[in-house]
Design a binder for this molecule. Structure first.
Ligand SMILES: [Mg+2]
Length: 400
């Protein structure tokens, strides 16, 4: 089998790659909705892919992997990897999880980081209200994640929250660039909001917090210690994280080793090599690579296996990965070792995505879990007829 074409369409805001073969099989992969600008980056790899056998996934990846990078630049490489696995599975007549070593679970747990409504104000009562709404969702999530502190407008909305530069002054792109020492008022405010959420969620639903980046190491430790009695699932990305182009494992280690609250990072990191410091140094308790950023699903599995050898847990990121990304997460997470906690459930955005993707269960999530499906490849398909109305003029030949 040979690759004969590589196409990319921006559907909604998600760039979608289609790898076309000479045997009538196509493979698909989807970039997260925050990166509509990556279409040229995907097409940049066209020449390197044409003529290759897509079922030798690793051999093909060796040709393109050096041209990726930390978020957002690893996405093009990552979604091509997923499209290759989709083809390999379809060609073998097997679900992708079989090619990754087989499943170790029939259901995968998901946590809610995507089905949230934008908050208008950021006081404890607002957080309690949003926690109640998330707890009542029909998906029955057993873990929810909320953005606070530097990973939310709280830093701007709460007067005197921190001693940094004027809020938002560095922010040009999507991502989080504010940082600074918290005021005592700021620290107390965050803790009060977390207590309010826990009051609602009780011990029925686990609570994780997306926190930064932006905390200083000392504030990160103060906060982690202050919430120790609340038994949180994890504190995510306090020091580095979303779009940070480095890891700072040694700084994370100082925090992690001094608190019982689990510390989490990793969504922006590209390739297994860049997890070495975090994993070997026991610098965090949980890591959250995103298959659409880390280099693909096999890359994520490598990281998970290595983390498991070191007693580090896995909670993969995925909020913007869309419905094809959801399928990829289900396939790989079915195969992860027992350090798997849950992955972040991606939503279809806009909601017409649910009309153009065939093969997903209905409902998708029951009691916070997704049943692993058995169709070949990723097991989901873009329906060409129903997708075409959403293609731009530039992408009109995507299915040709
Ligand atoms: Mg995050």
């Amino acid at each position: 089998m040979k690759i004969v074409d590589v196409k990319c369409a921006v559907i909604g805001k998600n760039p979608v790659v289609r790898i076309v073969t000479d045997e009538g099989i196509s493979g698909y992969g989807e970039v997260e909705q925050y990166k509509p600008f990556l279409k040229p980056n995907i097409l940049y790899f066209r020449e390197a892919l044409i003529g290759q056998d897509p079922t030798d996934v690793e051999r093909v990846m060796l040709r393109i992997r050096p041209r990726g990078g930390f978020k957002p630049w690893g996405s093009a490489v990552s979604v091509i990897e997923m499209a290759l696995w989709d083809i390999a599975g379809k060609a073998a007549g097997l679900p992708v999880y079989k090619l990754l070593g087989g499943k170790v679970r029939d259901q995968v747990r998901v946590y809610n980081g995507a089905l949230r409504v934008p908050m208008q104000s950021f006081d404890p009562a607002d957080y309690a209200e949003e926690a109640a709404r998330m707890k009542a969702l029909p998906e029955g999530f057993t873990i929810v994640k909320q953005g606070i502190a530097f990973h939310s407008p709280m830093k701007e909305a709460v007067p005197g929250f921190y001693y940094g530069d004027p809020p938002g002054q560095h922010k040009v792109f999507h991502g989080f660039a504010d940082t600074g020492t918290l005021t005592e008022r700021g620290l107390k405010h965050i803790v009060a909001c977390v207590e309010a959420m826990k009051e609602v969620l009780g011990d029925d639903v686990g609570l994780a917090l997306d926190c930064g980046p932006g905390f200083t190491a000392r504030d990160a430790l103060r906060f982690a210690r202050a919430v120790e009695p609340l038994n949180l699932m994890w504190l995510e990305d306090m020091i580095t994280g979303d779009y940070t182009q480095y890891v700072n494992a040694d700084v994370y280690r100082d925090v992690t080793q001094a608190t019982t609250t689990p510390i989490h990072t990793g969504e922006q990191i590209y390739l297994r090599q860049n997890f070495k410091g975090l994993i070997e140094g026991h610098a965090v308790n949980v890591i959250g690579p995103d298959p659409c950023d880390v280099g693909g699903i096999a890359e994520l599995k490598w990281v998970a296996e290595y983390a498991n050898l070191h007693g580090i847990m896995m909670a993969p990121h995925g909020t913007g990965d869309g419905l094809l990304g959801l399928a990829a997460l289900v396939q790989v997470c079915a195969t992860l070792p027992q350090n798997f906690i849950a992955f972040e459930y991606p939503a279809g955005n806009p909601t017409w995505w649910y009309d153009i993707v065939d093969g997903l269960p209905d409902p998708i999530v029951k009691n916070g879990m997704i049943d692993v499906w058995d169709r070949p490849g990723m097991g989901v398909e873009l329906n060409p007829e129903r997708t075409k109305p959403y293609l731009s003029e530039d992408d009109a030949d995507f299915f040709d």
